[in-house]
Structure formats: C-alpha cells, structure tokens
Design a protein around this ligand. Structure first.
Ligand SMILES: N[C@@H](CCC(=O)N[C@@H](CS)C(=O)NCC(=O)O)C(=O)O
Length: 218
C-alpha cells in the first residue's frame, strides 16, 4: 500500500493514523508542501487520482482511493482487524456520524479560523471560536456516558476528532476548565502509539517553520 499525505494535512493525518492502527504495510509519502506555496505544484498522482487534487490518496495493488473517510472504509474492508468501526449497527452508525460531524460540522470552524489569523480577536474569529467551544461542550456532555466519541470503543470517529481538535488548538481554540472529560479523552488518544507516530513529525514540521504545536503533544 502507498499513502500520499502531507506534512500538515489534517485529512492526511487521519489516514496515516488509521494505517498505523491497522499495522498494515504502507509506504507513507508526504507530497511537496510549504507554508508559502502550499500544495503547488501538486503531486502528479494526486492530480491524476483525485479530481479535487487533494491528499490523502491511497494506492493498493491497482485500487486508488481518495478522501480520508473513503480510505477508512477501504482499510476496514481489506484489513478488518483491529476493527475501527464498532460492530453493532447503532454504535457503528453513531461512529460514522461522529466522524462526519468532526470533518463537516466542527472542522469548518477551524478552516475559517485559519483565514482569520490576521485578526484573532475580531468578531469573526470570536464567532468561530464560540462555535468550536459549543461543539466541545456538546461532546463533553456525551462523554458522561461513553469513553470514546461513539461509545466504549476507539474508532475512526476518535481519529477524526483528535486531528480536527489538534488544528483547533493550534489556532488558539483549546479546551477550557469545563472540558475535563474531553481532556482525559485527549490524553488517552494521544498516548496511542499510532497517534503519536503522526503527531510527532507534524509538531516537528510546525517547529521547523517557527510555529508552536499544541502543548498537549510532544
Ligand atoms: N474531504 C477530503 C478533504 C481533503 C483535503 O481538504 N485535503 C487538503 C489537505 S488537508 C488538500 O489536499 N488541500 C489542497 C487543495 O485543496 O488544493 C478528505 O477527507 O480527504
């Protein structure tokens, strides 16, 4: 298997963590990326395989898959053990929805914040931060009766949210004193070797660019 990701790609990191959790033999390549030029010029395989020209892209013996969530689905099919979706229909549906919510409800606030770094205390940035905190509040409530994002087992939903949360914290939207359960969830997730394996080089990339990674990571 080959995975094309990026040194500062939230979605790429999701796929990188998943292949590490699965323990599958996979050559991970970071496509060229700098803070100045971003992904230009794009990696030819990314352009060829993904009409959106985005990482991550997975290549496996003639199969070519793009989009982090589709990569999760493919990995679960070809490498079912260890399972990263819960087995029973209800928690599985919940895990899929929490994974979707992380990418499509929570993370858009973070993307908006990225565009507002020049005015972090302005009304627009504060509104995005409020959206992020409201999401934390909601998940904090859910964690009263579950240990992970979607129940009592670690799943792709946890992988998605630790990465989205990483970027939120990087942009100044950290947990508060009312988020004790989320804080303990974060400790458990970042202690996982597969998560650490991906967050450590990402932190090094940020530092090498004069930036400070979230302080909950090494
Ligand atoms: N929904 C996609 C989003 C992928 C995505 O936004 N990738 C970003 C990097 S995190 C990218 O390649 N951006 C370059 C571009 O859009 O030109 C997924 O889950 O993989």
């Amino acid at each position: 298997m080959k995975l094309l990701s990026g040194p500062l790609s939230m979605f790429g990191a999701k796929a990188e963590i998943a292949v590490a959790e699965k323990g599958v033999a996979c050559e991970v390549t970071h496509v060229p990326f700098t803070l100045k030029t971003l992904y230009e010029p794009k990696h030819p395989d990314v352009v060829r395989i993904n009409p959106k020209g985005q990482v991550p892209v997975l290549l496996d013996d003639g199969v070519e898959v793009f989009d982090s969530t589709q990569i999760f689905e493919y990995l679960e099919t070809v490498c079912p053990d260890p399972a990263l979706w819960p087995a029973a229909p209800a928690p599985r549906a919940e895990a899929r929805l929490m994974e979707l919510r992380s990418d499509e409800i929570f993370f858009p606030h973070v993307i908006s914040l990225m565009g507002l770094v020049g005015d972090p205390k302005g009304a627009a940035a504060l509104a995005e931060k409020a959206g992020i905190i409201a999401y934390y509040d909601e998940v904090e409530g859910q964690l009263a009766t579950r240990s992970y994002m979607a129940g009592d087992t670690y799943s792709y939903a946890d992988i998605a949210f630790i990465m989205a949360h990483y970027f939120a914290v990087f942009l100044g939207a950290d947990l508060g004193p009312d988020h004790a359960r989320l804080s303990s969830w974060r400790q458990r997730i970042t202690a996982r070797p597969a998560v650490n394996k991906v967050l450590t080089p990402m932190g090094a990339f940020l530092r090498s660019n004069g930036l400070t990674p979230p302080d909950f990571t090494v």
